[in-house]
Design a protein around this ligand. Structure first.
Ligand code: 13P
Ligand code: SF4
Length: 350
């Protein structure tokens, strides 16, 4: 705990929000306005109490909350100080001025933030918030692949454990995958790259880099693999004029049916830039809830595939993490140094 200037655990007074409040006063109405499409007025006072407690704890701890675009609206629109896609959260984690970072997202995101902030306390409010992609591959798998493909560089998706990143040459996200593989091919003077572990992301990136052979793994996102091309055709039939945006973790035949494919941030930017009359985001369904807040004139069609891992993060768990500092991410130093190098090489690619 040396060098951290937040109060040690025992000095943090339990946050007490008055149990009795004037029933005529509706709490935090400006925040309720942002989530009112998703929460009934009667649900809000209890949620507002957690929000108030978290805000107070953030000040006491000198903490920030980084929130992924897939977080539930009552987190994304209230206590999250910085929101974005995996790439933005990694970039922000480098510059954030705080002693404690709470990662409202999944475990690999918290690990990435810790890699980039070894001296800070990085909290994941539920350490079981995993990811089907991250659990699809191990460091030992990569060592075997290197034996099978000697001299072939390894680019791994950020949706992996620190142990896997440590075995990798470069990291990438859905927001910069094409740029990273082109950069690696140039730097290494190669035309073959192991791109792991998301089979569909590799296949979707492959279309943009025909000059490079991408060797994939069999990992899948359990949320995006459920979409089918027929789903999109059906939606277009039911909703004329529908603009379809898809995440590149979707199967390639789904991406082929879409009007645009990009990371969660790229999809949000597309809506802001093009202001489609009617749009569907083929991705985790909290995304549409969150993006729609800033675009009341856009009609969002909402098929719903929820990520069970993202849903493990709740306001009470964020509050608990800040009260107790439980859920601090720790990474073995030798692993962390090598994993950090792969993430930093990615961040240096512009
Ligand atoms: P991005 O936000 O980087 O597009 O990633 C999506 C995702 O599945 C994160 O788990
Ligand atoms: Fe992993 Fe898919 Fe959930 Fe993202 S949406 S955390 S890739 S399982």
């Amino acid at each position: 705990m040396a060098n951290l200037n937040f109060a040690p655990r025992e000095e943090i007074a339990p946050v007490s929000v008055p149990a009795r409040r004037d029933d005529n006063v509706f709490p935090l109405p400006h925040l309720y306005a942002r989530v009112s499409k998703h929460l009934l007025p009667g649900e809000w006072p209890a949620i507002a109490r957690d929000v108030e407690a978290i805000e107070r704890l953030k000040k006491q701890r000198n903490a920030v909350v980084l929130g992924h675009n897939y977080q539930a609206p009552e987190i994304f629109n209230t206590v999250a100080d910085i929101v974005g896609d995996s790439l933005a959260l990694a970039r922000e984690a480098v510059t954030v001025d705080a002693d404690v970072i709470v990662l409202a997202g999944v475990h690999f995101m918290a690990e990435t933030a810790k890699l980039l902030n070894p001296s800070k306390t990085v909290l994941i409010p539920d350490s079981d918030a995993g990811c089907s992609l991250a659990s699809s591959i191990t460091g030992a798998d990569i060592r075997l692949l290197r034996q099978r493909y000697p001299g072939v560089p390894v680019v791994t998706y950020v949706n992996t454990s620190a142990e896997v990143k440590a075995e990798s040459d470069y990291c990438c996200t859905s927001g910069n995958a094409v740029k990273v593989v082109r950069h690696v091919a140039r730097e290494w003077g190669v035309n073959r790259i192991l791109m792991l572990p998301d089979e569909y992301l590799a296949q979707n990136v492959q279309k943009d880099v025909p000059e490079i052979e991408l060797i994939a793994w069999k990992g899948r996102c359990e949320v995006h693999e459920r979409f089918t091309p027929q789903d999109i055709r059906d939606l277009r039939d039911i909703h004329p004029g529908l603009v379809v945006l898809a995440h590149p973790e979707c199967p390639p035949d789904v991406v082929a049916e879409a009007d645009f494919a990009g990371s969660t941030a790229a999809m949000a930017d597309y809506v802001g830039d093009h202001k489609p009359g009617r749009v569907v985001l083929i991705t985790e369904c909290s995304m549409a809830d969150n993006v729609s807040v800033n675009h009341p004139d856009v009609e969002f069609v909402r098929p719903c595939n929820l990520c069970p891992h993202m849903r493990r993060i709740t306001l009470p768990k964020i509050r608990h993490a800040l009260e107790t500092l439980e859920g601090a991410v720790e990474i073995d130093a030798a692993v962390a140094d090598r994993a950090r190098a792969a993430v930093e090489r990615m961040l240096a690619v512009r």
